[in-house]
Design a protein around this ligand. Structure first.
Ligand code: TMP
Length: 207
């Protein structure tokens, strides 16, 4: 059976990932494909427990430990959910993947990017997204939106400077052909027009 497409959505806090993942899911389903929607860190019961640790622990979490926990969660999600779904011909739509580790742990925390790439090779080998949508807004706009939502988690409590490094990292990654930049600072309707135009070619007959 033909392998499904693997699509990921990335961006700093408050760029509107959740709303737009719902929109992308509907586009894929309307085109007649099955789609599994998942998130990282998380997506399986074990990986959701790891998510709780990285987002909520009050213990000191060294940057390298944080990075390894991200890959531990990813390994569970890839082995038990992402690969099986793709092998069964389904699409997978994932809220964050290894690009987030490069942006947050690499550019944000200063973890060596070559080490991150070595672990990526161990955990998911040649499996990289077919398409990544990077939702981008200025850091102040995103953090302002995120602050209205809920009490800050461990990442949301970071300083502006951290998120500026993360955003710069993402923009650097967006030079790759696989990653499409979406201006998320405009109205939701305009954001979704951009997303639809990017996804469209993947949904056509024979894809
Ligand atoms: P979110 O899924 O609610 O956006 O939040 C997850 C948080 O985890 C977010 O602050 C980004 C962070 N994160 C990393 O630092 N590295 C990673 O590899 C992933 C997947 C997420």
């Amino acid at each position: 059976m033909k392998r499904g497409r693997f699509i990921t959505v990335e961006g700093i806090e408050g760029v509107g990932k959740s709303t737009n993942i719902g929109f992308i899911r509907r586009l894929i389903e309307q085109a007649g494909f099955d789609v599994v929607v998942t998130r990282e860190p998380g997506g399986t019961p074990l990986a959701e427990q790891i998510r709780d640790i990285v987002l909520r622990t009050e213990h000191d979490l060294p940057s390298q430990t944080e990075m390894l926990l991200m890959f531990a969660a990813r390994s569970a999600n890839v082995c038990t959910q992402i690969r099986p779904a793709l092998d069964a011909g389904s699409w997978v739509l994932c809220d964050r993947f290894t690009d987030a580790t490069i942006a947050y742990q690499g550019y944000g925390r200063g973890v060596d990017i070559e080490t991150i790439m070595t672990l990526a090779q161990v955990v998911h080998g040649d499996l990289w997204p077919d398409l990544t949508l990077l939702l981008d807004t200025p850091v102040e706009t995103g953090l302002g939106r995120a602050a209205k939502r809920s009490a800050p988690d461990r990442f949301e409590s970071e300083q502006l400077e951290f998120f500026n490094r993360v955003r710069a990292g993402y923009l650097e990654l967006a030079r790759s052909e696989r990653i499409e930049l979406v201006d998320a600072s405009v109205s939701l309707e305009q954001v979704q027009q951009q997303i639809a135009a990017i996804i469209e070619p993947y949904l056509g007959p024979g894809q």
